[in-house]
Design a protein around this ligand. Sequence first.
Ligand code: F6R
Length: 367
Amino acid sequence: EKGGYEHFMIKEIHEQPQAIFDSLRGRLDPESLNITLSGLDKIKDKLINARRVIIVACGTSWHAGLLAEYWIEELCRLNVEVEYASEFRYRNPIITSDDVIIAISQSGETADTLVALENAKAQGATIFGIVNVVGSSIARISDAGIYTHAGPEIGVASTKAFSAQLTVLLLFAIKLAEFKNSTSEEIRKQLTKELSTVPEKVKYILDSTIENIKVIAKKYQGATDFLFLGRGYNFPIALEGALKLKEISYIHAEGYPAAEMKHGPIALVDETLPVVFVATKDRVHEKIVSNMQEIKARSGKLISVVTEDDQLAISLSDEHIKIPASHEMIAPILAVIPLQILSYYVGIERQIDVDRPRNLAKSVTVE
Ligand code: F6R
């Protein structure tokens, strides 16, 4: 059942090229670069005229939502808010029939997300579901949606469901930008083309980084804390890297926007603290490189995920993991892969039951 792998988690990490490919199949035509999303067509007018989009989710799915906010705002010039379902449902939020709610859920059964949607629906909002489990409660309550085609995810820590969510959310943003005419055709086509190459790039990352990451995991598995830093499109990935490590290794980890460091967390930095930088080349790259210098000056240990030709970032780092160059909006989908692998091997080093970490359930059906 684990297909020769030791754990479901590592099997599912390896299934990501397929999960992403399956989530694109029939939706992105690699020849014409046209995108077809029947779920989106169904509420096209609602979306074009929406006052704002509110994304509701929990945990890893919330991180996918945070990245979607950056994508949708950039490409569609539409207001997006991202909400933890548990906060949203108890806060008496202002919702109107001009709002579209995007619900993101692997299981489709997360209680807080489901009840938040029921409330929003009662107030007239349109619900768009991005769900992995077909026919689940959240799928059924949605007015329209797009399924992620990640296949069953057994490991408690979400991996392939996350990359499938990102895939579908980026497809959504590009298609909505087409409807709204808010991004040039040239940029949309470029993104679509690059998105079609993500499965092979993820495969390349799996083939080329694991041995190096195993060594890094062994070296840092005794740390008591980790910091994960990113900016822009890579900030949600820093949060996800920290969550994954906490769940699977029981090491305390925090994700932070790299520039927020100097407003407090930099006080934690000393020679015992590994700091993971998600630092692929993008519009804020120069900024994150100076954040790396700040950590280095305080003797923190720099582990960075970098674009493969980035000599400067590599020279600053104690350890580096190289990923292929890509459009800055695509890079986060690639950058999360090494962080999943890192948490898996740190968990293994620490002899944790990575498929069933303590205190966690695969699907949180109680609040
Ligand atoms: C983390 C993880 C959880 C889930 C969260 C939401 O690895 O798996 O944080 O992402 O419980 O679950 P779904 O997506 O099923 O609503």
